[in-house]
Design a protein around this ligand. Structure first.
Ligand code: AMP
Ligand code: FES
Ligand code: ZN
Length: 315
């Protein structure tokens, strides 16, 4: 009897293909996105932010496969945020893959470096922010700071097409046109202050990143962050978009593509000036950056004033 191998759905081809064809299709989609948005110059050092989930691992492996062809150097970065029973697993799985691929990498521990974990920060009511929002501030800050220290050219994250589509609808529902205007698969850097950011998976569907890690037989973290909301608008939008795509294939691709190409250029508003944070010297729109504000407000509340051992910032 003829053996039937694994099959995978390639959205843009609108057909089911075998493993080898799928892997080629996926990497081709990523390469075309990189080329279309001129994400990396030859010789670029690319810092890949890896959370251990399917998306960032698909990104890490796809970029490693394409590294020679694109002439880039891939470096891994994982942030251990100090989320109990979760962050340890994130760091472990990321390290396993960095070693397996023979990559240079860095795993940074928030508690060790700054004396406070995300679990602790979520207890500070005065921050008046949900955990994911605090987490976003911390991750963005650390990625940029480490990127500057390592002298990389670009930071690449694993945001996929479904993430971008969800962001678009969420921004529209809430009238956050300024957020929407910033949605682009590539954001150039600002010399010496902000490292450029790239989303090479911007045109790969979420189920395709899953298919890619499965086709490659990769171990990945299926567990979700415990702070991820289990209900709410973001989740409902995601479900609705999947429903739409199922009934009207390519809807999500068209949504993201049209917003990035045609709508965003019309929305481009005023660029807010970017200065340096008075405390840490990192980029900031105000006198003090959001990360320093979070630390400044939280540490006394947590009785942690003297604990930022390795932190090079003055806090
Ligand atoms: P999220 O904001 O959790 O949806 O993650 C979006 C992207 O940010 C992921 O695909 C990763 O590239 C990156 N990322 C998230 N968490 C971490 C982490 N702990 N360390 C490094 N990169 C991360
Ligand atoms: Fe940031 Fe969950 S990973 S709050
Ligand atoms: Zn600062």
């Amino acid at each position: 009897m003829k053996e039937v191998g694994d099959v995978y759905y390639a959205h843009r081809m609108r057909k089911i293909v075998g493993k080898e064809d799928f892997l080629r299709y996926f990497e081709r989609t990523v390469r075309r996105t990189i080329e279309k948005f001129k994400m990396f110059n030859r010789g670029a050092k690319v810092l890949v932010a890896v959370s251990g989930g399917k998306d960032s691992l698909a990104l890490l492996y796809a970029l490693t496969s394409l590294a020679e062809e694109l002439g880039i150097k891939v470096i891994g970065l994982t942030i251990n945020l100090g989320i109990k029973r979760y962050s340890g697993k994130v760091a472990k799985i990321a390290e396993y893959h960095y070693k397996r691929l023979g990559l240079d990498y860095l795993i940074i521990d928030l508690k060790e470096e700054y004396g406070v974990s995300l679990d602790e920060l979520t207890k500070v009511r005065e921050l008046r922010r949900p955990p994911c929002s605090i987490c976003g501030i911390v991750k963005r800050y650390l990625m940029n700071k480490i990127g500057l220290e390592l002298g990389v050219n670009v930071i690449a994250t694993g945001h996929n097409l479904n993430d971008l589509a969800q962001f678009i609808i969420f921004s529209l529902i809430n009238g956050r046109l300024e957020d929407l205007s910033k949605l682009t698969p590539y954001v150039p850097g600002v010399g010496g202050l902000l490292i450029a950011k790239a989303k090479p998976l911007a045109f790969t569907y979420e189920d395709e990143t899953l298919s890619y890690v499965k086709a490659k037989g990769l171990k990945y973290l299926t567990e979700k962050c415990p702070y991820k909301p289990k209900k709410g608008l973001q989740l409902y939008i995601r479900g609705a978009l999947n429903y739409l795509e199922e009934r009207e294939p390519s809807s999500l691709y068209n949504l993201v593509n049209n917003v990035v190409r045609k709508i965003n250029p019309l929305l481009k508003g005023k660029e807010e000036g970017l200065g340096k944070c008075e405390k840490c010297g990192m980029p900031s729109k105000g006198k003090i950056c959001s990360f320093c504000k979070v630390m400044e407000l939280s540490k006394p509340k947590l009785g942690l004033w003297s604990q930022s051992r390795k932190n090079s910032s003055p806090i």
